[in-house]
Design a protein around this ligand. Structure first.
Ligand code: C2E
Ligand code: MG
Ligand code: MG
Ligand code: MG
Length: 288
């Protein structure tokens, strides 16, 4: 049945194997309504310095608060939005909301926003970003854009051009999900990243896999030489944190230290982790 609807549809069907066609149609229709009704919300997960556990920033993570289904995770609706093109609209909302919300936090604090490859390649993206930075009055230097290697592989020249233009606007760029896919080490040298995010699979695997541990150590050593900051994602246990510290990882993010929280809770969280108002945070106990 899916095949009869043409090649595009067929591919979409493949990646939505676990949902029936009718279910996916319903979800797509609901997603359009959600955009109209402003049900797309931002959550923010704190990030910390590995050694002092001071707060260093937040990652913006999108949530869809569906009236009947409840909170729909991005793992479900982002791939759908990418396949039906709604990602451009959603991505614009995500960027606008993240900057507008973060612009109000005191003290000011860095925020990282995820970009979908389609958004990154969209010809209107650079001017959209400039106008959002201007209208929200959020400093470009505090905005980090997270891209995956998916934005790099299709057309390296074009990707490089866009990344350079982004650097010129003054934003930071992170390579997300490092350690999954191909993640060629040469990428780290060829593209102007400011930091890399070690994927959680990597963080979890190294506990019982010496090979992964060796690779991680090599990645950390190389990043240091290339002047790249490294943040490890998905840190869930004290053991993982201790190991990353020992290996010289600079920052961490994960359930151990803080789950994604609704935007309404961020300012209070910031206040509770700051001491004299000039620094982002103070040592762990209050945060854990
Ligand atoms: P990501 O960018 O790698 O985000 C990290 C994901 O790991 C988040 O899942 C976060 O909640 C989860 N996480 C954080 N700490 C831990 C931990 O200690 N253990 C485990 N098991 N997981 C942890 P989330 O929010 O469900 O997002 C999933 C993915 O969806 C993101 O992966 C990102 O690729 C995508 N995504 C999220 N928000 C956006 C967005 O605004 N735009 C785009 N384009 N993609 C987004
Ligand atoms: Mg991310
Ligand atoms: Mg990631
Ligand atoms: Mg990801």
């Amino acid at each position: 049945r899916a095949k009869a609807e043409g090649k595009g549809r067929y591919r979409r069907f493949e990646s939505w194997m676990d949902h029936s066609l009718a279910e996916r149609r319903a979800l797509e229709r609901d997603l359009r309504l959600a955009i109209e009704h402003d049900e797309i919300e931002m959550y923010f997960q704190p990030q910390f310095a590995c050694d002092t556990l001071q707060l260093t920033g937040f990652e913006a993570l999108v949530r869809w608060d569906h009236a009947e289904r409840g909170l729909v995770p991005p793992g479900v609706f982002i791939p759908l939005a990418e396949e039906c093109g709604l990602i451009i609209q959603i991505g614009r909302m995500v960027l606008e909301k993240s900057c507008r919300l973060a612009a109000a936090w005191r003290p000011r604090c860095p925020v990282a926003v995820n970009l979908s490859p389609l958004q990154f390649r969209d010809s209107g993206f650079l001017s959209l970003l400039s106008s959002i930075l201007e209208s929200t009055d959020f400093p470009a230097s505090l905005l980090e854009l997270e891209v995956t290697e998916g934005v790099l592989i299709k057309d390296e020249e074009q990707a490089l051009g866009t990344l350079r233009a982004l650097k010129e606007l003054g934003v930071q760029i992170a390579l997300d999900d490092f350690g999954t896919g191909y993640s060629g080490l040469s990428y780290l040298r060829s593209f102007p990243f400011d930091r890399i995010k070690i994927d959680k699979c990597f963080v979890h695997a190294q506990e019982h896999d010496a090979g992964t541990q060796t690779i991680l150590e090599a990645v950390l050593a190389m990043s240091k030489r290339l002047n790249l900051r490294v943040i490890a994602e998905g840190v869930e246990t004290e053991e993982q944190l201790a190991m990353l510290r020992m290996q010289g990882c600079s920052e961490v993010q994960g359930f151990l230290l803080g789950r994604p929280m609704p935007a309404s809770e961020v300012q209070a969280f910031l206040m509770s982790t700051m001491d004299d108002g000039e620094r982002y945070g103070q040592p762990a106990p209050a945060l854990v």
